[in-house]
Design a protein around this ligand. Structure first.
Ligand code: FDA
Length: 389
């Protein structure tokens, strides 16, 4: 069967691309349903964009690459689309926009837009081989157990990254990149919890508090969550994208509270109070119990000199930890790295070396922060390619 455009992957980027590339487009996916990651995202409510999305919120070997596509399809364009479909939404925090109802509304919206544009969708279809021909591309697929041959002038790689293989993630984008001699940057799990050896934080599992997590390159002020296996929560996921194996991180447990001043004034007013009792007013009690032997938290407030209180606050502001690793692709929300942006036009996402071959979404070396940024990249890069086709 001959098509104008074949899009491999009915995820966020592939479906968005199909809403623009229009009639003569076929979207292929091996999953049972389109947009599975959209469906489970944001706890089932899909954090579909961020009001403050800008190129500074993305990691890439070339930080300028995403600028063009993001300027031409912004968060406001996507919000307009969502509004047009009557999908109610709200801002949760830090500009993160979620559906009031269900993430399934975003999937249904994209499927409807694809249909309106005249694109077809084949699910449960696996790709057996891809060949570059004189007229474009020849793709062998297996659908419902039967082999089929498809041809197209354009081929769009939109099969995403390696995160969460259980949800259908494969390395197809990277295999195709290698086949077509497109350069790849190193891939790593991103937006992923840290693990620590010997169940170090097991007694704290479930404790959450606002914190500032930093390394030498960056820092994030968001919630921190202790888990059976280590550290999670938004501040940890954010920092994980900037972390390398073996690196130390710094945790500020009291980023907003002037604890030194508060301890000093309490020493004046209630000197007989135990230090741990006073600290438990500013930090979760279980965390204070956990830290007590490590930070030598003992005695009454009246026993603490200014120097001792300063020293304690310094330790609470700069708790140095070295994760033993991360939870890896099993739970990572994204894959950092991928198809090198040097291989692509930033205007159209077409490869520079093979006319008609495009790459979009998470398959490309552009990765957003936590908070709706990754979907915004999927929408913007999908529109850039779809409009150019
Ligand atoms: P995506 O992964 O969406 O789609 C790729 C498609 O290709 C899939 O449908 C897959 O089945 C298909 N495919 C893969 N290999 C194939 C093969 N060999 N043959 C055929 N088909 C194949 N981002 C955000 O901005 N806000 C959020 O709230 C969240 N939440 C979130 C939660 C969880 C649990 C995860 C794992 C991720 C998020 N994300 C997110 C990240 C976001 O989901 C991600 O960045 C985008 O889905 C990427 O869109 P793509 O279309 O590039 O890939």
């Amino acid at each position: 069967m001959a098509y104008e455009t074949l899009i491999l992957g009915a995820g966020a980027a592939g479906m968005m691309c199909a809403t623009r590339s229009g009639p003569g487009t076929l979207v292929i996916d091996h999953a049972k349903a389109p947009g599975e990651k959209i469906r489970i995202s944001g706890g089932g409510r899909c954090n579909f964009t961020n009001m403050y999305a800008s190129p500074e919120n993305y990691l890439s070997q070339n930080p300028h690459f995403c600028k063009s596509a993001m300027a031409r399809y912004t968060q406001w364009d996507f919000i307009e689309l969502v509004d047009r479909h009557g999908i109610a939404w709200h801002e949760k925090t830090l500009g993160q926009l979620f559906c009031d109802g269900s993430a399934k509304q975003i999937v249904a919206m994209l499927v409807e837009e694809m249909k309106t544009a005249g694109a077809d969708l084949w699910l449960q279809t696996s790709v057996t081989s891809v060949t570059h021909t004189a007229d474009g591309f020849r793709v062998e697929v297996e659908r419902e157990g039967k082999p089929q041959v498809l041809t197209a002038r354009n081929l769009v790689i939109a099969t995403g990254g390696k995160s969460i293989p259980k949800m259908g993630a494969t390395g197809l984008a990277y295999d195709l990149a290698r086949q077509f001699d497109l350069p790849l940057t190193d891939t790593r799990p991103g937006l992923v919890p840290f693990t620590f050896s010997e169940d170090r934080f097991k007694p704290l599992a479930g404790v959450a508090l606002p914190a500032r997590l930093s390394n030498e390159r960056t820092s994030f002020d968001e919630a921190l969550l202790f888990t059976h296996r280590g550290l999670s929560g938004p501040s940890v996921l954010q920092l994980s994208s900037y972390w390398r194996e073996g690196e130390q991180i710094s945790v500020n447990l009291i980023p907003e509270t002037p604890v030194f001043d508060l301890l000093r004034s309490q020493r004046q007013e209630a000197g007989r109070k135990a230090l741990t009792t006073e600290l438990a007013r500013h930090l979760p009690g279980r965390l204070v119990d956990f830290l007590a032997p490590k930070f030598d938290l003992k005695g009454r407030l009246a026993d603490q000199s200014d120097a001792a209180l300063r020293d304690l606050c310094d330790r609470l502001e700069n708790w140095r930890l070295t994760p033993s690793g991360s939870e890896g692709y099993r739970t990572a929300e994204v894959t950092l790295g991928g198809i090198d942006t040097d291989a692509l036009s930033s205007q159209t996402m077409e490869t520079k070396t093979i006319p008609g071959l495009y790459a979009i979404g998470e398959a490309v070396d552009v990765t957003g922060w936590l908070g709706g940024y990754n979907f915004q990249w999927a929408w913007a890069s999908g529109v850039a390619a779809g409009s150019a086709i």
